[in-house]
Write a protein that binds this ligand. Structure first.
Ligand SMILES: [Zn+2]
Length: 181
């Protein structure tokens, strides 16, 4: 069986305080009993937080019998990561200026530069010649580039109110990426 995830990503966090931000968001989620306090083996490979007694308050509806799945936790990511949909193939990478598909470009250098936090993560559009950071291009299916993210495994569909509440706690806009592996 494949596992679905909902990744809630901040692309605008201060890179130096993602650990503290992680603590703050965890406290928010634990106080509301959306997740359990204890780290357990409930995600893919790393420790995570299982759904708490009040998990249903943030979901549109319960995702089948996900409480009985081995993979149903929250993984908190506090390091530079590209969040994407995994199972799906990339169909297009569109220039933020002229919207032309630039998927044929060589993206690996710009991606490496972004990971290494160097300033050369720019890609020049072959159509309009504008240069933009790789993070500004529009990926289809959607990608997010961030230093902070919450990955909920197999939780299903969240209420919009939950995203609004998280934006307040995190202090930036968030981007939501749906995917499966
Ligand atoms: Zn362009």
């Amino acid at each position: 069986m494949s596992d679905n995830h909902t990744s809630i990503v901040s692309e605008k966090t201060n890179i130096n305080n993602t650990k503290e931000l992680g603590e703050k968001v965890l406290q928010f989620l634990i106080e509301r009993k959306i997740i359990e306090e204890k780290l357990t083996d409930c995600t893919l490979g790393v420790l995570g937080y299982k759904p708490g007694s009040n998990f249903l308050s943030v979901l549109e509806k319960q995702n089948g019998d996900f409480l009985n799945l081995g993979v149903n936790g929250l993984e908190v990511i506090t390091k530079r990561t590209v969040f994407h949909s995994n199972g799906e193939n990339l169909e297009g990478i569109y220039c933020p200026n002229c919207k032309q598909n630039q998927i044929e470009k060589n993206w690996s250098n710009a991606l490496d530069s972004w990971y290494n936090k160097s300033n050369s993560d720019l890609i020049k559009c072959s159509n309009c010649s504008y240069e933009n950071s790789i993070t500004k291009f529009i990926f289809e299916p959607n990608w997010a580039f961030g230093d902070f993210g919450l990955v909920f495994w197999n939780w299903g569909k969240f209420k919009n109110q939950f995203f609004t509440d998280l934006e307040k706690v995190i202090g930036t806009e968030i981007k939501v990426i749906y995917g499966k592996v």
